[in-house]
Design a protein around this ligand. Structure first.
Ligand SMILES: [Zn+2]
Length: 363
């Protein structure tokens, strides 16, 4: 198996175009065309991760957090990033990360968190905005099927657990071919009326160019007529955080369950623990910015990491906010990588890094 096969399988779940603009997910070090000898999974890549990979004969490290965010101007071993890059290159170890693309994916970090707590009816808390496009194209009736198929194969028409979604409506197109034209139907110099279908498909903006090129290739006309429309709809299937429900229960009791589920030593919270909790929102990592959204969507409890003192304050009557720690909230992301790789190849050498530990300690 090549490294690329693993990264493609991860990107099927969490395509790189879902990542935040400031992020740097994807291949960090190494050549994706090499054969894989073994895979080591972790949350952060550190020097000890490289040592462990060498020891175990693994030449691919997959992490949640990127090793590299900004460009390296020197590689002299001054910082741990520089030392990790040097060691990885020296030992032919590839480093790949799936960060905010995995945070925003259905089946990603936040869905894994929800799974650990047994949430039901889980949906995205902060839907990505401005990313959806509708491609509308006018196609002769007999060619409509092929054109839709070509667009869907290029990535259009995905809607949750459905693919090949499209809408078609009968109509009539008309044109007059001028000198130099080679019309698919009708004659040069004459008005022509052609039974056509208006075909509509949804597509993520990152795939729009590819879908339009596929449409043009499959379309029989010299000059296909089409519209690309930017939609105001949020993307229900991509975004940070999730919200879902549990059986109504005592907040204090449920927070004990949370501590146990995420292996949390100590959590910080605000709000009234004598309340019942039913609607639960969460965002792995640093999710303070979504506490208001969680409240607006009716959450009784919001779980995240990296909350600052003032971010806890102001709505204690309405919502319980619990900071379980950045690492604690995300360390099960490794299980997502594990499942993806095992699904692709059940016998493959893939392991969780034993050298990994939370760098933040509690005294
Ligand atoms: Zn994180």
């Amino acid at each position: 198996m090549k490294i690329r096969e693993i990264t493609c399988a991860i990107e099927d779940i969490a395509p790189l175009y879902l990542q935040e603009s400031w992020d740097n997910a994807g291949m960090q070090v190494g050549d994706a065309e090499r054969e894989v000898t073994g895979v080591l999974l972790c949350t952060d890549v550190r020097e000890e991760t490289i040592d462990e990979a060498i020891e175990r004969g693994a030449n691919v490290i997959i992490s949640h957090h990127p090793l590299l965010f900004r460009g390296l101007k020197k590689i002299t071993g001054r910082t741990y990033q520089e030392r990790v890059v040097t060691a990885a290159i020296k030992h032919d170890i590839a480093i790949y990360c799936a960060h905010t693309n995995m945070d925003s994916a259905v089946g990603g970090v936040n869905f894994k968190m929800a799974e650990k707590l047994g949430l039901k009816n889980v949906r995205v808390l902060s839907q990505q905005q401005g990313t959806m496009r509708k491609v509308v194209v006018f196609v002769p009736v007999d060619a409509a099927h092929n054109v839709v198929e070509a667009m869907c194969n290029a990535g259009a028409g995905r809607l949750g657990n459905y693919d090949n979604c499209s809408y078609k409506m009968n109509g009539e197109g008309s044109y007059r071919a001028l000198d130099g034209a080679d019309p698919w139907s009708g004659n040069v110099g004459e008005m022509h009326h052609e039974p056509e279908m208006r075909v509509e498909v949804l597509v993520h903006k990152a795939l729009c160019g590819r879908v339009v090129r596929a449409m043009i290739k499959a379309h029989p006309y010299e000059e296909p007529a089409f519209d690309i429309l930017a939609l105001e709809n949020g993307d229900k299937y991509a975004g940070l955080g999730v919200i879902g429900e549990i059986e109504a229960q005592d907040a204090r009791e449920f927070l004990e369950t949370v501590k146990c589920a995420f292996e949390v030593e100590t959590l910080r919270y605000s709000g009234d623990l004598n309340r019942k909790v039913r609607s639960v929102a969460m965002c792995g990592g640093a999710g303070a910015e979504f506490a208001g959204l969680a409240m607006a969507q009716g959450a009784d409890l919001y779980i995240t990491g990296d909350m600052k003192y003032h971010e806890f304050q102001g709505n204690e009557e309405r919502i319980i906010i619990a900071d379980i720690g950045h690492y604690e909230s995300e360390h099960y992301t490794k299980e997502i990588f594990y499942d993806i790789i095992r699904k692709k190849n059940p016998n493959f050498a893939v392991d969780f890094a034993l050298s990994e530990k939370n760098q933040v300690n509690y005294l």
